[in-house]
Design a protein around this ligand. Sequence first.
Ligand SMILES: Nc1ncnc2c1ncn2[C@@H]1O[C@H](COP(=O)(O)OP(=O)(O)OP(=O)(O)O)[C@@H](O)[C@H]1O
Ligand SMILES: [Mg+2]
Length: 261
Amino acid sequence: MKTKDLIIHMHNVSWRNGGRDILRDIDWTVKKGEHWALVGLNGSGKTTLLNIVNGYLWPSKGEVSVLGREFGKYDIRELRKKIGWISSSLQEKFYAGETAEEIVLSGRSATIGLYEKPKAKDIENADRLLRRFKCSPVAQLPYWTLSQGEKQKVLIARALAGSARLLVMDEPCEGLDVIARERILSLIELMNRGASAPTLIYVSHRIEEILPVFTHTLLLRRGRIHSQGKTGEVLTRRNLSDFFETPVDIRWRNHRAYLHI
Ligand SMILES: Nc1ncnc2c1ncn2[C@@H]1O[C@H](COP(=O)(O)OP(=O)(O)OP(=O)(O)O)[C@@H](O)[C@H]1O
Ligand SMILES: [Mg+2]
C-alpha cells in the first residue's frame, strides 16, 4: 500500500494522564476510500483519540501518522489545514463573536479567524453553501446567537468550503432535534460525492447515526478497542451485546442499524 493511501495509521498508541491510561494499545488504520464511525459510551476516549489525530495531543507511547505524515517529523500546522473538524463543544470557544459567513469563509484557509481580506469569489462560494444549508437568514449574525442546528450546519459548510482531505466529526448531531439530526445526516451522506471527497470520521454514541456511507466501524470501550472492521460485521447482535455488556437486539432498516435494549 502506498503511504499516500494511508489516511490514519496508529500503532500501539497509548495516552496516559493523571496516572490513568485514557487510551491503551490502539492499533487503527484508515485507508483511502474508507469512512469510519467511532462508537463508545461517555468517557470511553473518543474525543481523546480525535485529539491525537488532530495533533492537539501527543500520545505517551506508540506511532501515529496522518495523511501519510509521521507525527514529530512534520509541521502539524500545515497538516491541520487538510483536516476539517466539526465538534459542538470545541468550536464554541473559537467562534463566539464571528458571523456565520465569516466562519464559512475561514474554511478556505483552515485558520481560526479571518486574517486576510476575502476574495469576491470566496464570499460567493460561502454564501452559496449557506444557501444550500438554508442558513442565509443567519449569515450575518454572530455565531453564539445561532441555534445548535444552525451552528452545526455552519461548521459543515465551513468544512466544505475548504479543501479538507480528512473530515473529523465529533458528535455533530448532539443536541439536535430528530428532524434536524436527519437533515445533518443527509448532508454528511452528500459529502461522499466526487473524486475529491474527504475521508470521513464520525464519532457518536448512537448506533442509529451510522449511515451506510460508513464502511467501517470501531468500537471503543474504556480506552481500548473492543472491535473494529466492516460495519456490517461489527454491528451484530452478538458483538454489540458483548460491547455493551448487556443483551441488545439490532434491526436493520434502509442499511442502518437500530439498537433495542
Ligand atoms: N486532558 C485530560 N486530562 C485528563 N483526563 C482527561 C483529559 N481529557 C479527557 N480525559 C479523561 O479521559 C476519559 C475519556 O474522555 P473523552 O473525552 O475522550 O471521552 P469521550 O469518549 O469523548 O466521551 P463523551 O462521549 O462523553 O464525549 C475521561 O474519563 C476524561 O475524564
Ligand atoms: Mg467526546
